[in-house]
Design a protein around this ligand. Structure first.
Ligand SMILES: Cc1cc2nc3c(=O)[nH]c(=O)nc-3n(C[C@H](O)[C@H](O)[C@H](O)COP(=O)(O)OP(=O)(O)OC[C@H]3O[C@@H](n4cnc5c(N)ncnc54)[C@H](O)[C@@H]3O)c2cc1C
Length: 398
């Protein structure tokens, strides 16, 4: 078994734009044909997620670059994968109780680790990549080593975690959030729920040795895998998703001296500048430690901070890039108003809400157009894709 060469994720927007430029020619039929293959170097997918997650590169920019080269029908598969992210963001935004429910479930699972030694040993082996299931152990090492995993590997990994190793799904979601550079409250929580049969109720995802063999280029011993992997995948326990809450409202830009406060969920405030924002000062609030009650990996901390510093430099920020709310509160005293891009459910929003500063939070056209349709299954939103893309790209002048 060969190691995947580590994908390298330079923490700046220029690197994201360069990767988008290099990938765009492959976003049509090539992507549709190759995207399920998890191969060394990940040649068939964009590997853009660490930048998109922090909106150092926006979904609209990715869609525009794709549609610049391909008809929407040719790039339909790639565009709909980008829309999956938007769907999950909107779904969680309209059902914030799923995030707090996950955090409660994680607390309960961590309490079990303190009292159940067998469970703790299995969890430690799963996190350390020492289960003896070679494909799984490989992905665990790839995740902790590079901060990235291919989508198919994430699905197999989550399925093995729950259905073969029989570990609580919340501990697996937490392991991902501690190590993925793109660790995202919505995509991660809802994907783990999906594998566990909690998102599409009762419909679970089971990793099969033959499927792993087919899509990993013969790197693993599928016969041995076949003996180890669970042959059934029962849905996890959990209440049905709550009813959706109302859409968040957009906010108008105020007059006076404005401080622009960025955060780790939106580091490229093009939409605010397009609305005429001319900030007197810029600062960035980051909250990577809030992704888990356990220690978040050094590379997630470093990547998030460096990406935030890159945004601050681009915007000529004179304010701090910090995790310290008190520092932001001192900075904010220099302005009549503080404007920040709308922050969706998750640690950045929690950190903003905890600030001793009132903030005005305008919503992006992308989210405003898509989230009203993120209330049921993905296909409700996908059905609106053409209209959503048209509206947004017109807005961008594309
Ligand atoms: C258990 C599990 C956990 C996951 N956790 C996260 C997470 O924390 N953060 C995260 O960004 N994605 C998560 N995903 C979704 C998906 O695996 C990654 O977005 C994708 O693998 C990123 O690689 P890429 O940029 O090469 O994707 P590409 O295939 O090139 O897709 C382009 C972009 O579309 C979006 N996208 C693609 N597939 C999905 C998907 N299935 N769901 C949501 N968005 C998608 C991403 O922004 C991605 O960068 C998870 C999936 C699973 C099964």
């Amino acid at each position: 078994m060969k190691d995947n060469p580590a994908p390298h994720f330079p923490p700046n927007r220029d690197a994201a734009l360069a990767r988008l430029d290099a990938f765009a020619p492959k976003a049509g039929r090539d992507y549709a044909a190759g995207r399920n293959h998890d191969l060394p170097g990940h040649p068939h997918v964009s590997t853009l997620s660490p930048w998109i997650r922090h909106r150092a590169l926006t979904e609209a920019e990715v869609a525009a670059a794709t549609l610049d080269r391909f008809a929407a029908s040719t790039a339909q598969k790639f565009l709909s994968e980008v829309l999956w992210r938007t769907y999950f963001k909107g779904y969680l935004e309209r059902r914030p109780g799923l995030w707090s429910g996950y955090l409660h479930g994680l607390d309960a699972a961590r309490n079990r680790l303190a009292t159940e030694s067998g469970l703790r040993a299995r969890w430690e082996a799963a996190c350390g990549g020492e289960t003896g299931i070679d494909a799984y152990d490989h992905w665990a090492a790839e995740l902790t080593g590079t901060g990235y995993l291919h989508n198919h590997a994430r699905m197999w990994f989550a399925s093995i975690w729950m259905h073969t190793l029989e570990l609580p799904w919340e501990l697996g979601a937490d392991f991902f959030l501690r190590h993925l550079l793109d660790g995202d409250p919505a995509s991660n929580t809802l994907s783990w729920r999906w594998v566990g049969g909690l998102h599409t109720r009762g419909k679970t995802y089971r990793a099969r040795a033959s499927n792993i063999g087919k899509y990993t280029g013969g790197r693993f011993d599928t016969e041995a895998l076949g003996h180890r992997l669970a042959t059934t995948a029962e849905p996890q326990d959990g209440p049905p998703p709550p009813d959706p809450i109302d859409m968040p409202e957009d906010a108008n830009l105020p007059g006076g001296r404005i401080g622009l406060l960025l955060h780790e969920d939106d580091l490229h405030p093009d939409f605010l500048m397009a609305r005429g924002l001319d900030p007197t000062g810029v600062a960035v609030l980051i909250a990577p430690a809030g992704r888990s009650p356990l220690a978040v990996s050094r590379q997630v901390h470093d990547f998030t901070r460096a990406l935030a510093e890159d945004a601050a430099t681009r915007l000529g920020a004179t304010g701090p890039v910090t995790e310290d709310g008190a520092e932001i509160a001192r900075w904010a005293t220099g302005f009549d108003h503080v404007v920040t891009p709308y922050a969706p459910v998750g640690p950045a929003r929690t950190a903003l809400d905890a600030l001793d500063v009132a903030t005005i939070r305008p919503l992006r056209a992308w989210d405003a157009a898509a989230w009203p349709h993120a209330t049921a299954g993905f296909f409700k939103l996908k059905g609106k894709m053409a209209t959503i893309l048209e509206t947004i790209l017109q807005d961008m002048g594309v």
